[in-house]
Design a protein around this ligand. Structure first.
Ligand code: MN
Length: 246
């Protein structure tokens, strides 16, 4: 059976479209690796390893909006664990498929979708923030926001409302929806659920408690307001938009 890593991810529910944004710095290392040869039996082509890229800035660069301790734990512990678990899960999935253990495949595929989407979203998250960022959108995305949401304040209100209503753990995501060729705001549950399939994330905000609890305790709205007001890197969002529209 021919099953490359990319096919495997498609099959376990990571929207194929999201893979198109892997060109970002943190994922470039993986994207640069050649794909496994096609036509190889599954047992002869174990999955490639995913790697954790460095933060694109110093650990204290976003303070006081997001403190150094939060970034260290979030990147070095939480994100690292998603990458580690993605690799071990894909290895087990590969073994289960090779051995014909279909009974294990459902559970492993669910875990792969969770950890793989976690790796992807965190990689996007680090890069769509910068020190002294935030404020009104600029460039092409500003025009799309105006068209699809109205004035910048209407978008900010929609994004903040979505971030606020996610029960438990998840992400607020501004995405390019390719069928209607428009922007949408999604509330992603955990890392992998409730996103418009095939849409490409342009701006993602982690609202798991580990993203903000040390700095904001239970005040998620204040964290989201700071994210939008002081951290968003609109240049990165514009770059993702033009790649998504291509
Ligand atoms: Mn997180």
């Amino acid at each position: 059976m021919d099953m490359t890593r990319r096919d495997m991810l498609k099959n376990v529910g990571i929207a194929a479209g999201t893979l198109a944004v892997l060109g970002d710095q943190a994922m470039a290392q993986n994207a640069a690796q050649p794909p496994p040869p096609t036509g190889s039996p599954l047992a002869m082509s174990p999955p490639e390893k995913y790697t954790l890229g460095p933060l694109p800035y110093a650990y204290n660069a976003l303070a006081p909006s997001i403190g150094e301790q939060t970034l260290r734990i979030h990147h070095d512990k939480h994100h690292a664990k998603y990458v580690q678990d993605l690799n071990s899960t894909l290895e087990k999935l590969h073994e289960a498929m090779a051995a014909g253990h279909r009974d294990q495949m459902d559970h492993l595929a669910t875990l792969a979708a969770f950890n793989g989407s976690g790796h992807l979203l965190h990689s996007l998250y680090w890069e769509n923030m910068k020190p002294d960022g935030g404020g009104k959108p600029v460039g092409d995305v500003a025009a799309c926001i105006e068209r699809d949401f109205g004035p910048p304040e209407a978008f900010t209100a929609a994004f903040a409302a979505m971030a606020g209503q996610i029960r438990g753990s998840g992400w607020a995501v501004l995405a390019w929806e390719p069928l209607g060729r428009r922007l949408v705001v999604c509330g992603v549950e955990q890392h992998q659920n409730e996103i418009f399939a095939g849409s490409k994330p342009l701006l993602v905000c982690d609202v798991w408690e580990h993203a903000y609890y040390l700095d904001y305790q239970n005040e998620r709205p204040r964290y989201v307001e700071t994210f939008l007001g002081k951290l968003v890197n609109w240049d990165v969002v514009n770059r993702r938009l033009s790649a998504a529209q291509a």
